[in-house]
Ligand binder design. Structure first.
Ligand code: BG6
Length: 510
């Protein structure tokens, strides 16, 4: 029997099928000469314009030390768009965007430059109708955050008048430990109310990451088995094949755990382990994530439940590549870890006793990010032992990238006259199931900033809870030993394999 639901003949103005177009506004980017801005932010803004999601008078202001005129900046944006945009280049879209490009020259401690910025923004409101709505994107080193926030406060740029908005967008790293994150939250929240602060974790902008919630909460199939009764453990992997050449300034002394576990991987854990939110309103989703992070803790002793490594020279993709300490800018005795693996426990009824293993590394076998929920073995197997020699554990794998989709792994009979059961995969691939290509994470996130949609941005408490989880491990690592070497192109140090082998488990080889 089919049930028919009543269709409201009047369209809901918040109908999700309608395009979400930002109202009148502008965006200022600090750190506009950096890599992130050129490779991700400017192209994403163009892609949004190309998809018709930006308002007609949208304006993009670059702020940097270079001695550029508006036209020079326009040319830089143009080149970045041509090289990196996802959608095709269309002259008429570009011409419209170019009309709104402005550049303000100055350093962060230059009061005059910020006064000029305030004047520029006022002029944009008058000339292009940006209506007092402006975002400030801090794509700058963390040491400069405080200064810029203070300048925005001093010049009144952070003040929101009625019917106008001012929002600040902050790139990671959001602090380097709990104390510094708290200090930074205070600095930011003294000037901008929390609902005007957008902390970027670009993993949350990825389609495949948002799909974790869709798969978990839109289906009947998975939720009943999403708990300690059925799940043996969870593995969250973010492996990269690239090295750190050219990134010493940012990475040396930071390391893999601070770079991606504190943010991307703990957010993936939160989405995998959280309870169902009562709605998809931002405050309820964020509250559920915060709850599960508050229940998450590292497992002792760290010598057995964590591993860290540093890549040495090796071969990757048929090419000889240097070790970390041979890369320019890294100290010869650098102790920075380029690989980190940790075990976490989630102290809730749902997850009691289920280890969550998180690992990440540079110069590993291949680039892949996935979350594998690995299930317990069936309690009884009515087969001869020889029939199930090739049978592993069932798993549901969210393939975040690069081959986006979901895999279900289970046992199946091998065709033939004997009963032999072997693991097989059932795959869902975005490329096969959907014709639309996924927007870039930054497209989604920048649009959400302009729309004032904070769901996909970690709140201050989530950031602090994540540091609380990681701090004890980082402290132990600083005081004991150094990272174990692993050759480039492999899957990390032996200590990482031993970490799981102790419990009879092993890392997946994606
Ligand atoms: C960044 C890290 O946040 O994410 C980088 O700082 C890392 O070290 C990058 O390379 C990976 O992003 P993606 O989207 O390519 O997986």
């Amino acid at each position: 029997m089919t049930t028919r639901t009543w269709q409201n003949p009047l369209r809901d103005p918040r109908d999700k099928r309608l395009p979400r177009i930002a109202g009148p506004c502008g965006l200022v980017i600090f750190g506009v000469t950096g890599d992130l801005s050129r490779k991700k932010l400017m192209p994403a803004i163009y892609d949004l314009a190309n998809r018709g999601l930006l308002p007609p008078g949208f304006s993009l202001v670059g702020f940097a030390r270079r001695d550029w005129a508006d036209e020079d900046f326009g040319q830089v944006v143009h080149d970045a768009v041509k090289e990196h945009a996802r959608t095709p280049f269309r002259q008429e879209v570009w011409d419209r965007l170019a009309e709104g490009c402005r550049f303000v020259q100055g350093s962060f401690d230059d009061d005059q430059a910020f006064d000029n910025l305030a004047k520029c923004i006022k002029d944009l409101d008058d000339e292009r109708g940006t209506a007092g709505n402006h975002g400030f994107y801090l794509s700058i080193p963390p040491a400069a955050f405080t200064k810029v926030i203070q300048q925005l406060a001093r010049t009144g740029l952070a003040d929101q008048k009625a019917d106008e908005w001012r929002r600040v967008v902050i790139e990671k790293p959001f602090g380097h430990d709990l104390a510094s994150a708290k200090q930074l939250n205070k600095t930011v929240n003294d000037v901008f109310p929390e609902d005007s602060v957008f902390r970027i974790d670009h993993y949350l902008g990825k389609e495949t990451v948002q799909n974790i919630m869709a798969i978990r909460f839109a289906n009947q199939l998975f939720e009943p088995i999403w708990n300690a009764n059925y799940v043996d453990h969870v593995q969250i992997t973010m492996a990269e094949d690239i090295g750190l050449g050219g990134r010493a300034g940012y990475y040396d002394g930071i390391g893999a755990a601070r770079d991606v576990i504190q943010n991307h991987l703990l957010q993936l854990l939160a989405l995998t382990a959280m309870e169902e939110p009562v709605s998809f309103r931002p405050e309820t989703v964020r509250a559920e994530k915060a709850k599960v992070l508050a229940a998450t803790r590292p497992v002792l002793p760290f010598a057995e439940t964590t591993a860290r490594g540093q890549y040495s020279g090796g071969w990757q993709g048929g090419q000889k590549v240097p070790g970390l300490v041979q890369e320019g800018g890294f100290a010869k005795d650098s102790k920075t870890e380029t690989y980190a693996a940790i075990e976490l426990a989630v102290d809730t009824r749902r997850w009691a006793g289920v280890p969550f293993y998180l690992r990440t590394g540079k110069r590993l076998g291949r680039r892949v990010t996935e979350i594998a929920v690995v299930f317990k073995r069936a309690p009884h197997l009515p087969f001869d032992d020889t029939s199930t020699e090739e049978l592993g554990q069932n798993a549901l794998v969210f393939r975040v990238q690069p081959d986006e989709g979901v895999t279900m792994r289970f046992g199946s009979k091998v065709p033939g006259s004997t009963m032999e059961v072997r693991d097989v995969n059932m795959d869902f691939s975005y490329g096969h199931s959907f014709t639309e290509s996924s927007p870039e994470a930054y497209e989604r996130l920048i649009l959400d900033v302009l729309l004032g949609e904070p769901s996909l941005f970690p709140k201050n408490d989530e950031v602090e809870l994540s540091w609380e989880i990681l701090d004890p491990i980082l402290k132990a690592w600083t005081t004991h030993g150094k990272p174990d070497p692993y050759p480039a192109g492999t899957w990390g140090p032996e200590s990482a394999d031993q970490m799981l082998a102790r419990t009879g488990r092993h890392w997946r080889r994606p």
